[in-house]
Ligand binder design. Sequence first.
Ligand code: ATP
Ligand code: MG
Length: 717
Amino acid sequence: QKAEDKLKSQLGEEHLPKQGFPSEEEYEQKQGCPSEQDQEDLPISPSAEMSLTTHVSSMDDYNSTYRRSIEDPGEFWREISEEFHWETGPKGKFVEHNFDPNVGDVFVRWMPGATTNITYNLLEKNIREKCLGSSTALQWQGDDDVETREVTYDHLKTLVCRAANMLKAKGIRRGDRVMIYMPQTIEQVVAMLACARVGAVHCVVYGGATAEYLADRVKDSKCTAIITADFAGKDGGRQPVKTEVDRALKLCGREHFVRFCVVVRRVGVGDQDTWPKATGSQESSVPWCDGRDYWWQEEMERVDDECEPEWMDAEDPLLILYTSGSTGSPKGVIHTVGGYMMYAATTFKYVFDCGNVTNKVHFCTADLGWVTGQSYVVYGPLLNGVTTVLLEGDPLKANRIVSMVRRYSVTSLYTTPTAIRHMKATSGSEANYKLDTLRVVGTVGEPIATSTWRWYRSTIGGDHCSVVDTYWQTETGGHVMTPLPGATPMKPGSATLPFFGVEPAVLTDDGTEMVGPCEGHLVFKSPWPGMMRGINGKPEKFTSYFQQFPGYYYTGDRCRRDGDGYYRILGRREDRVSIPGAMGQVFNQLDVEATLLQHPDVEDVAVVTTDPTDDTGECHSGGYDNWYIFVTLRQTACLHAQTIFTNLREMLATSLHVFTPPSHIHCASELPRTWSDKVLRRLLRKVVLNDLDLGDFHVVANLKSLPKLFRQCRDMQ
Ligand code: ATP
Ligand code: MG
């Protein structure tokens, strides 16, 4: 009765729960014992053995270094900059910024006037100073899991220099933009590094994306050349890639002119020495435009092994990369040579703990068309001189992640909550992988449910690994919130604490900074070296990150800070769903999703509301009567969907005591996802509203799933 009265007074009579109200006894029990949420908030210490070897071995260590990085960021990063090669030193201030558009143009500059080349730092410096020439830099595995290639740092240098000379011979100069659209291969990395060597700006687009997706980016980036491949290995066969480039260029029309395409001959490529000599126009299955298209392998033979690096200003652009497009049209984020280099390398060093133990092998499952691939497949690992594992094709098929960890004795693994949930769903409850080489296991991209986190740590991480739940964005260039292995006590589902030099704050809707435990908008108060310097062609879009809360960089994400100062990311502000609980508390979409994921037959779930949003894009009335669950069931469970839905409603009533049941539970064979594996909640809202105006739908990786979802939802309503 007590709970009921409390609710009535808070919400009004008409909002009485439609089912599952807790009894007084249950209510008292709930007050007395720690809830599951409370228990999850008890930190899990890193293993003592880990702390012996990590760079940062205790919280005291972390706290003192963190304090130093905030009190004097210029000095902190100046010391770190000494770990890199600079051809000439900075001129003027080490760091300058303005985050307040009311004061003047928003800008950030780190080490202006200093010159360097990122490839010199990851090739010459590693080879000469750390004697890593004969160590493996890249370990590649093809889509068929049979083809493999290994490239040492020495060999990588030769390949990069040749490719750089090839680009130069074709007229590419510093500042030119080059699009890279191809499967994940050694050549894809070489192409990126060759651009960086000559000072060209690379723009990698996911090699499986459609021609329309590519065309938009060709036009937006104003690239003058494209590096691509004939085919990609896919499901044991081949998938045309060059065909899509030709289609994309047709779509661009006269509006955009690409001077040349270099085509990597992918099919039949094993070891470099056995590359078949192909002549373009005779290759009937690959569309060809004489005078514009060239074979990579042929051009590589025409050039020298040596190429001096182009010395670039620290603030020159290194790359353009498009965001995932979860909330709208993707933005072409610009990162610079100096700041991005320092930040990708430093976050990698601390977060994947690669300093003090030899034979480091890092496996990140991300595609290079996503910032995670740029920073933590390529630049972070290579700048640190470790071996990075590259995988062509879908990491989710046939338990590949686990078998690759074994095959290459991987020491740090980095993947997404979707991949972890998939491994969990397909592994059986008795799975015990004994992946003894692993020390750090990481997750990125979306909030991770606590049950998924626990499974990851115990089954993949063997209970001894540190789990790093890393929060960051394309715009941040590298991790901004993350535990440090061996130092930070972990909490499942929490990105824990800020990385060095990152100063978070949590704001109310009207921009007031909150202190202590709270929930609100996540912003950053000061710049870090890896943050973006602009949005390609859209200066006003760049300014918009600082407009809602002048003086702060606004992430667009909401977060909760607890009594230990730990941060839990609650998702984007547009995706917010507020669901009242029977005891006066308010749940969000993640609380509900985490609860439902505990059902053994639920593989994936997303909660959305269609309540109107205000002009900040945020939903304020939030889900009181109007919230929907989309659930993907394990295949074997689909026949019992209605029974499972009843179970799910019961779980919500009895475990969470949600006040209003969902308006509907929809069964989805798969949820719409971006190419980087994120649930597209904006499209799920469209599905509920039967609104076919989908906005930029080329970002949807599994577009084919949408018509069925629309049809199902229409039939149900
Ligand atoms: P767009 O900006 O085009 O809408 P996007 O934000 O999905 O797309 P990304 O830069 O790839 O593009 O993703 C960054 C977002 O991913 C973050 O803003 C956050 O919402 C989410 N994210 C990343 N890592 C985590 C994490 N560890 N926990 C929770 N959310 C995360
Ligand atoms: Mg974003």
